[in-house]
Write a protein that binds this ligand. Structure first.
Ligand SMILES: *Cc1c(COP(=O)(O)O)cnc(C)c1O
Length: 399
């Protein structure tokens, strides 16, 4: 029995951490560039002049990444889910009619969050393996007449892409709807044009597409959404997530809560790296790497989960071969090959991330080899040399 009079004896972090770092190739968090790691080790005054300049630059860079001219970019101390909740609790009020498009775990979460703040939510549930079409959304808009629509660009859980997102968002705007888009895993890995597509709130986290640390997230509201926030009849119950209070810090250099300074500096560096690379180059790199990895996986004789038309490139779902337990795949590849990949929320798949630093050629070869060897070790018939050759061939073809 432990006593409160004696401190517990615990292991040092050196003992807990693996002797050789794992290559983080799961659905997030993703590896962080050295500049991001360095920035994350610094603490400065959260209300000083340096921080004010950092924030100004971050907003400018974030507007580029979100592709919006709206000034209403804010940061959040919290996971991607906190940014999701911030979008919801500032736009959905008790009685607000919400249409929540669902094709996986995270899209459903947006609907649940809307219900918790009193929204009247209709779920547009897609059949397994499918993303919403504009036609399906049009019918649901006419049926339910929502004021707010929630949707996910890349459903990390089911590895599905909402390829008709631009048409869906424009359609929702035509019906007078405010559109909330979760771009946690996709932002800066593939095109998202907030203004052109008529999106009212885009949310993202740090640890996925942006290749920063978990725990500091970003959100952008359209001018139109900001007017709704400004003219609201009641204040939201969520004090920390109140966008108007958050604007004190993000737009007036004053106090809301103590900002997560190190994480903000890390995110500043991550955004700076994106701006230096430029979005078109970054999208190109992500597409090239993910497609090559997909060819390699198939070349080994493994099957991808999502059909090509609905396939998300930022997170690739691989079916577990017959007789192989997906949980064993994840633990074996981690223990034996020092590569971390993700299991799933219910589906019989494993997931490999293609976000940020995960999209580097040397990481692809190591990951594909480790995946193939793992499947072999677990008794599946896979052809590792052919898969690796396909990966190389595809990379050369696209070079
Ligand atoms: C990871 C993820 C989230 C949740 O982010 P957390 O940081 O885990 O809260 C939400 N949506 C999508 C699409 C994600 O991939």
């Amino acid at each position: 029995m432990s006593s409160l009079n004696t401190p517990p004896v615990v292991d040092s972090l050196d003992t807990l951490l693996p002797p050789e770092p794992l290559l983080m190739m799961g659905a997030g968090p993703v590896p962080i560039p050295a500049r991001v790691a360095q920035a994350n080790s610094i603490v400065i005054n959260h209300l000083g002049e340096t921080m004010a300049r950092v924030i100004e630059q971050m907003k400018a860079m974030a507007r580029y990444v979100f592709q919006t001219a709206s000034p209403w970019v804010l940061g959040v101390a919290g996971p991607g889910s906190a940014a999701m909740e911030m979008s919801v609790c500032n736009l959905v009020r008790p009685g607000t009619r919400v249409l929540s498009v669902v094709n996986g775990y995270f899209s459903r979460r947006l609907g649940e969050m809307s219900q918790r703040v009193g929204g009247v939510v209709e779920y547009l549930e897609m059949p397994e393996g499918q993303s919403a079409s504009a036609e399906a959304v049009r019918a649901a808009l006419l049926r339910h007449r929502p004021e707010v629509l929630t949707i996910v660009q890349g459903e990390t859980s089911s590895t599905l892409l909402t390829s008709e997102l631009p048409a869906i968002c424009r359609l929702a705007r035509e019906h007078g709807c405010y559109v909330i888009v979760d771009a946690v895993c996709t932002l800066s890995t593939m095109p998202l044009l907030m203004d052109e597509w008529c999106i009212d709130a885009v949310v993202t986290g740090g640890q996925k597409g942006l290749a920063s640390i978990p725990g500091v997230s970003l959100i952008a509201f359209s001018e139109r959404a900001w007017q709704r926030i400004e003219s609201r009849p009641v204040e939201p119950a969520q004090w920390c997530l109140d966008a108007k209070l958050a604007a004190n810090f993000w737009h007036n250099a004053s106090y809301h809560y103590t900002a997560p300074v190190s994480g903000i500096l890390a995110l500043h560096e991550a955004l700076h790296l994106i701006c230096q690379e430029t979005l078109p180059e970054r999208f190109e790199r992500h597409l090239r790497c993910s497609l090559a990895l997909q060819r390699g996986i198939e070349g080994m004789g493994l099957a991808l989960y999502a059909a090509p038309a609905a396939r998300l490139n930022s997170v690739v779902g691989v079916r577990a071969p017959a007789g192989v337990d997906r949980r064993q795949v994840c633990s074996h590849i981690s223990r034996k090959y020092r590569v971390e990949i993700s299991g799933s929320f219910g589906l019989d798949i494993v997931r490999i991330g293609q976000m940020g630093e995960q999209c580097r050629e040397h990481h692809l070869f190591r990951t594909l080899h480790a995946l193939g060897q793992t499947m072999k070790d677990l008794g599946a018939a896979v052809d590792v040399p052919t898969g690796v050759a396909e990966l190389e061939r595809e990379l050369q073809r696209q070079a």
